[in-house]
Design a protein around this ligand. Structure first.
Ligand code: UDP
Length: 404
């Protein structure tokens, strides 16, 4: 198949850990690579956000990345990109009219808008992965939600217009059904993990304290790093590494980094919180392996690749019982699920786990088995192709048009 991946803000070539570069970038990159390994031809379309980017970049994994001119060629917050999606769609229409893909798979709702406007006139089947839903974001972030005003309505229109939805976890299916979508139009295909990179053996970063907890992500409030900091006073002899966000030198300019450090100061645990900034892909496994447990305590989480990366490294995961982690983390099997935004519950679960070497070893081993058997990118790629094949040619294009 000739597959077009559209990912307006999340380039597979971006460095990870910045405010808008995380799981979606990994997903698009690894899924594309997996599809190429299956023999498919994959082109990723992402917005040109720098004047220095070439128009087209071949990747070692065998897919190409096209930098689409849409809006100013500089980094913009993803929530500010809506005005440029018409231009993005016009560009796609031009390219696809000359060289028609067999399927167009859009990642994030704005990519979906551009994809629909180009694919419909050409009769190209469309697949939508939301990665995050506006309705969930609004529920948890309230007034702090910077999404464009119409997001929730447009996402519903988009969900109905796409020929197939690929959700990354069962919780997302519940949300989509609650929004009014037919269950039968949704396939669930999770995100995967690079099982050659994330392994239980290999280098391990040195630690300073008796126990180490590691938490990883874009440095944004909804990742709930403050919950892990707030649990620390109840966990003596434990250091907490918060990976992601700005490099050490520019922490002062990052409001979330400043907020977290201030909280650590107030709670008297500042000397036990390490914030090394953005961690490269190559270094990430050694960091995860250095942890007695990896902690993931977001307010909500559309999927959460980090817990699966930790499991692949054989490290137990203590996670908030939300979103994708309800599928990936088995409570009492590969780690512990705790109520979200509850530092006391987190501290209690961690205290028990840190005191029990054999439980940690057993959770780590089961996590590793689970990651290997369920979350290889090869498996994710073939399940994604199965979702593409479930598009019924007689119904294709029968979905409604997205009106903006
Ligand atoms: N990541 C990274 N370096 C960092 C921070 C994050 O490589 O400094 C990677 C992390 O290993 C994972 C992805 O970025 O692969 C984050 O994905 P996740 O689904 O956990 O969160 P999202 O960013 O999608 O909210």
């Amino acid at each position: 198949m000739k597959i077009a991946m559209v990912s307006e803000h999340a380039s597979p070539l971006a460095a990870l850990g910045g405010v808008d570069a995380g799981g979606q970038n990994v997903h698009v990159s690894e899924l594309s690579a997996g599809l190429v390994r299956m023999g498919h031809e994959v082109t990723v379309y992402t917005r040109r956000d720098s004047t220095t980017l070439p128009d087209e970049v071949p990747t070692p994994a065998g897919y190409r990345v096209i930098h689409v001119p849409a809006g100013p060629p500089r980094v913009l917050p993803k929530d500010d990109l809506l005005p440029w999606m018409d231009d993005f769609g016009v560009y796609l229409l031009g390219v696809w009219a000359a060289d028609r893909p067999d399927v167009a798979h859009a990642h994030f709702w704005m990519s979906g808008l551009a994809t629909q406007s180009a694919a419909r006139p050409l009769g190209v089947p469309t697949v939508q992965t939301f990665h995050a839903l506006g309705v969930v974001k609004r529920r948890y972030q309230g007034d702090a939600d910077t999404s464009p005003h119409d997001r929730i309505r447009l996402e519903l229109d988009l969900a109905k217009a796409a020929d197939r939805i690929v959700a990354t976890c069962s919780d997302e299916v519940f949300e989509l059904v609650r929004m009014g979508l037919r269950r039968s139009s949704v396939s669930v295909v999770p995100c995967g993990v690079d099982l050659d990179l994330f392994t239980p053996t290999g280098p391990v970063e040195p630690t300073r304290a008796r126990h180490r907890l590691v938490t990883v992500g874009r440095l944004v409030p909804r990742k709930g790093f403050d919950v892990a900091i707030a649990a620390l006073p109840q966990l003596p002899d434990v250091e907490l590494v918060i990976a992601g966000g700005p490099a050490h030198g520019c922490r002062a300019e990052d409001p979330e980094a400043a907020r977290l450090l201030h909280l650590a100061d107030e709670l008297g645990v500042r000397d036990r919180v390490l914030m090394p900034g953005q961690i490269s892909r190559e270094r990430m496994p050694a960091l995860l392996r250095s942890a007695d447990a990896v902690v993931c305590t977001p307010w909500y989480e559309p999927f959460g690749i980090v817990p699966v990366e930790a499991m692949a490294c054989g490290v137990p995961v203590v996670a908030a019982a939300v979103g994708g982690m309800l599928d990936t983390v088995v409570d009492g099997g590969t780690g512990r699920l705790v109520p979200p935004r509850d530092p006391d519950a987190l501290a209690a679960a961690l205290r028990r786990l840190l005191a029990d070497d054999s439980a940690r070893a057993a959770f780590g081993a089961s996590g590793h088995d689970r990651a290997r058997s369920r979350y290889s990118w090869d498996r994710i790629a073939s399940d994604t192709v199965r979702a593409y094949q479930r598009i019924n040619p007689s119904e294709q294009g029968a979905g409604s048009v997205v009106a903006r």
